[in-house]
Design a protein around this ligand. Structure first.
Ligand SMILES: [Zn+2]
Length: 291
């Protein structure tokens, strides 16, 4: 079984410590306490390609996010100042292809939290400055007292299926020959199933039913939860929204197998293993499909 990307972090998040200043001080004073190496928002890797960790070295709690504990050892991430918000950072994808999945999960949480802090320096209620609390897992308005918590934005990502083939689409900014599962944000007032049906209708002009959940993963650009589904299309006739997609194709089992194997004659270039579209294609091949 292929674990979805950005999952499998071995850290115990220890939520019950986050408001306990005595316990946090003790964690900070732990002689093995570790601090994640970041360059801006990007991971700093050691010679073995793993995350690099340094000593906490007398830093103040106000500048640290408590990621969690592993083997009793506290792991922190720095609160990064002056982060460029909204950077899509295609360059990081090459690094992610080499990274250990558990490391990517830890880094992804640190990246999401840091970008969230950078975007929430002011209160959405009254416009005053907010201050970090809960060991990095919240912000509080110094004026009106509203508490703000890190956002996770749900995104549905799905394979429509018809006659033993799945639907894959291509956005203009994708790498050459890359096709992937269609995706879109869940909107207020919508279930996962309704969002899947709406997105496939809007982007590809197809009607679906039998929406089934397959797998999920965090996506730290900046803070999405990708909810992977498969749905049965009533027809294979497509009407593309060309603002979203420049092309879409139906691909059968052999084509998906070739793409996942990286074969040059494959009908498309598969999404990378850390993207849940890759996981969905693997699971579909493994027999999720009834066809
Ligand atoms: Zn406020």
């Amino acid at each position: 079984v292929t674990a979805p990307g950005f999952t499998g972090a071995a850290l115990d998040r220890m939520d019950h410590l986050r408001l306990d200043l005595d316990q946090l001080a003790a964690a900070l004073a732990h002689r093995e306490a570790r601090l994640l190496g970041l360059a801006g928002l990007d991971p700093v890797l050691d010679e073995g390609g793993r995350l690099s960790w340094e000593a906490v070295d007398g830093r103040a709690l106000e500048g640290l996010i408590l990621l969690g504990f592993e083997g009793g050892v506290p792991h922190f991430a720095p609160l990064v100042a002056d982060v460029p918000v909204g950077q899509r950072a295609w360059s990081i994808f090459r690094v992610l292809e080499r990274m250990d999945g558990r490391d990517a999960a830890i880094w992804g949480a640190a990246r999401s939290l840091n970008e969230w802090h950078a975007r929430h320096r002011f209160c959405g209620g009254c416009g005053s400055r907010t201050e970090m609390f809960r060991a990095g897992w919240g912000r509080r308005c110094a004026n009106c007292g509203i508490e703000h918590f890190p956002r996770v934005d749900p995104v549905v990502i799905m394979l429509a299926e018809h006659g033993g083939r799945v639907l894959l689409g291509r956005q203009p900014q994708y790498p050459l020959r890359r096709y992937s599962a269609l995706a879109g944000f869940v909107e207020p007032g919508e279930s996962i199933e309704e969002a899947v049906a709406r997105e496939l209708g809007e982007e590809a002009g197809i009607a679906v039913d039998q929406v089934r959940y397959l797998a999920s993963q965090p996506w730290p650009f900046p803070g999405s939860l990708m909810i992977g589904c498969v749905a049965a299309a009533r027809s294979d006739a497509l009407t593309l929204d060309t603002n979203e997609l420049e092309d879409a194709i139906w691909v059968g089992r052999a084509g998906v197998e070739a793409a996942l194997a990286g074969a040059p004659e494959a009908p498309f270039q598969a999404p990378p293993p850390f993207a849940i579209a890759h996981t969905l294609l693997v699971r579909w091949l493994e027999g999720i499909s009834p066809s």
